[in-house]
Structures are given as C-alpha cells and as structure tokens.
Write a protein that binds this ligand. Structure first.
Ligand SMILES: NC(=O)c1ccc[n+]([C@@H]2O[C@H](COP(=O)([O-])OP(=O)(O)OC[C@H]3O[C@@H](n4cnc5c(N)ncnc54)[C@H](OP(=O)(O)O)[C@@H]3O)[C@@H](O)[C@H]2O)c1
Length: 214
C-alpha cells in the first residue's frame, strides 16, 4: 500500500519505518525540519521518502495520523482533499499538558476527527501501545503469541486496511467494533500509559487478549 505518515514523531517515525520495511510505500511528513524527515526516510530504506503533508496524502491508500490533538486541524488543512481516504488515527484528544483527555464518555477523538473529515474513513488504532514497544513487536512478529492491538471503525474497507497494517507491525488485530468504541479505547490508552510510564511495568508493556470458555 501507499501510506502517508502525517506526523513523524515518536509514533509516526516508528510506524512509518516499520510499514516501509514491511514493504509498503511510505511518505514521511509533518515535522519541524525537512532534514529530519529526509533522515527518517533514508533510515527506513528504499520504500520510504520525505514529502509535504499534501504529497503524503495525495496518492495514499492509507494515512496514519500521529500528531498532538492540537495540531490535527493544521494537518488536515495542509492535507487538502482527503475524500475517500482511509485515515488510521493514533492521535489521542489530549490537552496541551498531556494530562487529560479533552473528549471522553459521550464522544472520542476518533469520532471528532470523522466529523472534521466527513468524507474520509476513520479507523482508531495504534493509540493503546507505547511507541517504545513497536520495533520489538515488529522484530518478533513471527511469534505464535503476538500482542493484541484493538482497533475500531465504521467502514469494512478501512478496517481491512487497518488490520493489514496492524498485522504488518507484528500485532494481532482485535476488532473492537464501530468507531464510537473509541470512547472506551482512548481512556484505555491512558491506562496503558499509566502502567507504562508511571507504574513499575516500564514502556515495554504490550498486552495479549485471551478468550476463556466456549
Ligand atoms: N508516543 C506514544 O507512545 C503514544 C502512544 C499512544 C498514542 N500517542 C498519540 O499519538 C500522537 C502522536 O504522538 P507522538 O508521541 O508521536 O508525538 P510527537 O513525538 O510529539 O510527534 C508529533 C509530530 O508532530 C510534529 N509537529 C509538532 N508541531 C509541529 C509543527 N508546528 N509543525 C510541523 N510539525 C510539527 C513533530 O515534529 P518534530 O519531529 O520536529 O518534533 C512530530 O514529528 C499523539 O496524539 C499521542 O497522544 C502516542
């Protein structure tokens, strides 16, 4: 697939590198320096290049949105027409200090994004893992017991795209249902962050869901 990375920080840089190494055609965009984007592309290998947000979005089959919530409008504006695009978002609706969700319970960042880009197909994924685990999971992707990764969305096509990217990153995709379920996955992401950064587990945290009973 052609994957546009909108936001090339901790999450975007790592996931974009993983997607490129897994064989996808990746364009890194949206950082404060073009040099950083070019270095990222060089390090990610022959399938990656640096570009503007507009270029990253133009021919992409999937877009990874990985910016702070306060930057979402700016990125969408730069992207231009995203009608028909699959947007996989890991962006959490956090306040400026990253202490609290600014949307919760009755809606979610993913649903607010779907309202901002009504002609795109939004899937919420990758926001319930600390960025530190991503390379490790990718390297261990042939393990029988892969860590789980929950995703949700309203369109079958975009969910299929997201599930492919989740698998390529080394996780077992767990379909949590429609996009409104992001109301519960986004607070879950904060629980993961609490355990990873403030508890004793450390950021290497990844989880595995098991089914019990029949
Ligand atoms: N990190 C995690 O473990 C994690 C886990 C779950 C969810 N998330 C969510 O994922 C999203 C991205 O998180 P992150 O940790 O990857 O954030 P980050 O490292 O801060 O990355 C944000 C990207 O946006 C770019 N950016 C910021 N301001 C900009 C500006 N004015 N102009 C151009 N580019 C600008 C940054 O550029 P520079 O590269 O130049 O700084 C960076 O590339 C957030 O919504 C976060 O809540 C993160």
């Amino acid at each position: 697939m052609r994957v546009g990375i909108l936001g090339s920080g901790l999450m975007g840089a790592k996931l974009g590198t993983i997607f490129a190494r897994a064989g996808h055609e990746v364009v890194f965009s949206y950082a404060r320096s073009v040099k950083k984007l070019e270095k990222l592309a060089r390090d990610a290998g022959k399938n990656a290049r640096a570009g503007t947000v507009r270029e990253a979005a133009q021919d992409a089959e999937a877009l990874l949105l990985a910016v702070h919530w306060l930057r979402v409008d700016d990125v969408l504006k730069q992207a231009g027409d995203v009608a028909g695009k699959v947007i996989v978002t890991c962006s959490l609706p956090m306040n400026a200090g990253n202490t609290d969700l600014v949307i919760a319970h009755r809606s979610s960042g993913a649903e607010a994004l779907a309202e901002k880009a009504p002609n795109a197909e939004v899937v919420s994924a990758f926001n319930t893992v600390p960025s530190e685990v991503l390379f490790g999971v990718y390297r261990g992707r042939r393990k029988a017991r892969r860590p789980s990764l929950v995703y949700c969305g309203d369109h079958a096509r975009s969910k299929k795209v997201a599930a492919t990217l989740i698998r390529d990153a080394g996780f077992e995709p767990v379909d949590a249902g429609p996009l409104r379920i992001a109301r519960y996955t986004e607070p879950f992401a904060l629980l993961v962050a609490q355990l990873a950064y403030e508890g004793n587990s450390g950021p290497e945290l990844a989880y595995h869901f098991e089914r019990y009973g029949n």
